[in-house]
Design a protein around this ligand. Structure first.
Ligand SMILES: O=C(O)C1=C[C@@H](OP(=O)(O)O)[C@@H](O)[C@H](O)C1
Ligand SMILES: C=C(OP(=O)(O)O)C(=O)O
Length: 458
């Protein structure tokens, strides 16, 4: 196996305990926001650690299509830029010449809609088949209350493409009907273009990257007890910003190590924002040893190294408040649950049904295909762990998290597991196949896991 982008199938066989030392690529949520907020800023920003995944490259292209200049400083060969200088437009975006392609990315489309809703020009956002089936009413409703005019043009009601008409926005106080950082961020971004204070009330703590990045770029906002307010008319100031590694990508190796007694894993320079690290709490509760080594970081995002030591895991119940803080990790947590002794309950997670796939259905289907014992509920699943997993042919259904979660399951299954349709991993984790290959070969040395980057001259 190589790190070739075109790879379309993973063949995985069981491994024994392993000892890996790796760094995952940049955080996807933070990379999207860095391109958008640097694009809105006054002056130049330098972004490092940017994730060159398809989702984030689409967002970068969208921002450039709105007139933002960008010099690429470094790239991951075969994938895309990892460092760049972004010349912000001081909130004065330009009309894109063509409809903007958001690819597979819910984050890209929903946050860009917030950014574009208050412009004096019309724009259009479209995406792939999966994104065209995901609900957009959750952003067109609050943005509509702010005065935006957004048409959903999809064959499925309330779905993309989105046609965003020129509008003047007014601030609102909005109570989020679901715990969604994407909806919160769309409203806060739109709030920048209003006169007066925009307030979002969230039903639970969701990832706070937008709030942190606003502050890092010099904006002031207030935040207490899940009520976040921002005064419109502020202009972010360009700055240097380092994107840490993505804990959601690290989660695949975290589970692989946690569930294998004797295994040891070090993940370096990974984001440790407490609104994202619930997966570490869960594997710790299941019996693995988790050592967190945070780095003292001023402004921006907390990060550090994490070390995992594997054990015989026991089942656990995910608690309601932690669901938004591990939502993307649930497919691989379900794999950990299948490997653990006893029952794991994953409930109140119906948001999983509106991701790249219906992740309740796709996770349950693949776990069962591999011999896992799992009961499906409208809002999640309950996994009865301990049944031996057997190698099988499973599909990703075009969903990157499903592809990677079941590659990890294959490391514990009897015989060969084939995961089909895996090009989708480039949505969030360029280099996953390189890391999988290194783990399968039993590599111990960090150099063998390193993903190459090189400076560019542009
Ligand atoms: O704000 C973000 O960057 C994200 C928020 C989450 O979605 P929701 O806000 O829809 O829960 C998550 O699933 C997605 O991968 C990234
Ligand atoms: C749900 C995800 O992303 P998005 O909503 O941005 O498509 C994800 O990365 O798992």
């Amino acid at each position: 196996m190589s790190s070739n982008k075109q790879i379309s199938e993973f063949r995985v066989r069981p491994i024994g305990s392993f000892d890996a030392d790796l760094e995952v690529p940049g955080d996807k949520s933070i990379s999207h926001r860095s391109a958008m907020i640097a694009g809105l800023a006054r002056g130049t920003s330098t972004i490092t650690g940017f994730l060159p995944s398809e989702d984030c490259l689409n967002t970068l292209a969208a921002v450039r299509a709105c007139g933002v200049g960008c010099d690429i400083l470094e790239e991951m060969p075969g994938f895309g830029p990892t460092a760049m200088r972004i010349h912000g437009k001081a909130m004065q975006l330009e009309a894109p010449a063509e409809p903007i392609d958001c690819g597979n990315s819910g984050t890209g489309m929903r946050l860009l809609a917030g950014l574009l809703a208050g412009q004096s020009f019309e724009s259009e956002l479209f995406g792939d088949e999966s994104l065209s089936g995901r609900p957009m009413g959750r952003i067109t409703d609050p943005l509509g209350l702010m005065g935006a005019r957004i048409e959903t043009l999809g064959a499925k009601p309330g779905c993309a493409p989105l046609r965003i008409h020129a509008s003047k926005l007014q601030p609102i106080r909005y109570e989020l009907p679901m715990a969604s950082a994407q909806v919160k961020s769309a409203v806060l971004l739109a709030g920048l273009f209003c006169e007066g204070e925009t307030t979002v009330v969230q039903p639970a703590v969701t990832r706070d990257h937008t709030e942190r990045m606003f502050e890092a770029f010099g904006l002031s906002l207030s935040e207490a007890d899940n009520v976040i307010s921002i005064e419109g008319g502020q202009v972010p100031e360009g700055r240097e910003f380092r994107v840490p590694g993505d804990i959601s990508s690290a989660a695949f190796w975290v589970v692989a190590a946690a569930a294998r007694p004797g295994a040891r894993l070090v993940v370096r320079n990974v984001g440790l924002n407490p609104t994202r690290t619930a997966v570490l709490d869960v594997v710790e509760r299941m019996g693995a040893t988790v050592i967190r080594r945070p780095v003292e970081a001023g402004g921006g995002e907390p990060y550090g190294d994490v070390e995992i030591h594997g054990a015989e895991l026991s089942g656990t119940d995910l608690v309601r408040a932690e669901i938004p803080n591990l939502i993307d990790e649930i497919p691989v947590i379900a794999v950990a649950a299948a490997l653990a002794k006893g029952r794991t309950r994953i409930r109140e997670a119906k948001e999983l049904r509106v991701k790249e796939t219906d992740r309740v259905a796709t996770t349950v289907e693949n776990l069962r295909a591999m011999g896992g014992v799992v009961e499906e509920f409208e809002d999640g699943m309950e996994v009865e762990g301990g049944a031996p997993l057997k190698g099988a042919e499973v599909r990703s259904y075009g969903d990157h998290r499903i592809a990677m979660a079941f590659a990890i399951a294959g490391l514990f299954a009897d015989g060969e597991t084939r995961v089909l349709d895996t090009a989708c991993v480039n949505t969030s984790y360029p280099g996953f196949s390189h890391h999988l290959d290194a783990v399968l070969r039993g590599c111990r040395d960090a150099a063998e896991y390193a993903l190459p980057t090189r400076p560019t001259n542009s």
